[in-house]
Design a protein around this ligand. Structure first.
Ligand SMILES: [Mg+2]
Length: 113
């Protein structure tokens, strides 16, 4: 995520004076609602692992989720690059390659290979 993209999302909000409505609770609710809209794209789909015919709607809903994540990070004073990198580092510790490679098990269930 570039700072230009983040600034564009924040400008959209600020041009409309919407920051006053963007408290962490309502932004968290909005992230969840948009994630549900993303999930809705696959509802009743017989081919729910394929996205080729749904890509336009996926793009739209995924962008909604990310936009709200940007707004949430801003409301909480968090740096998205920093928190995502920290989480990847933690996930690397939870899911070491030598145990997790090719496995879909939760980290608590991973075994030595
Ligand atoms: Mg949406």
């Amino acid at each position: 995520m570039t700072q230009d993209t983040i600034n564009e999302v924040l400008k959209f909000r600020d041009d409309r004076d919407w920051k006053q409505f963007h408290n962490p609770k309502d932004l968290a609710i909005s992230i969840s609602l948009e994630a549900a809209e993303l999930l809705e794209v696959f509802q009743w789909s017989a081919e729910d692992v394929v996205c080729t015919d749904k890509i336009d709607k996926i793009r739209e809903e995924l962008a909604d989720v990310v936009n709200y994540c940007i707004l949430m990070a801003d409301a909480c004073g968090l740096d998205l690059d920093e928190i995502v990198r920290e989480k990847v580092k933690l996930n690397n510790e939870k899911y070491p390659v030598e145990k997790a490679f090719g496995s879909k098990e939760k980290y608590t269930e991973l075994k030595d290979k």
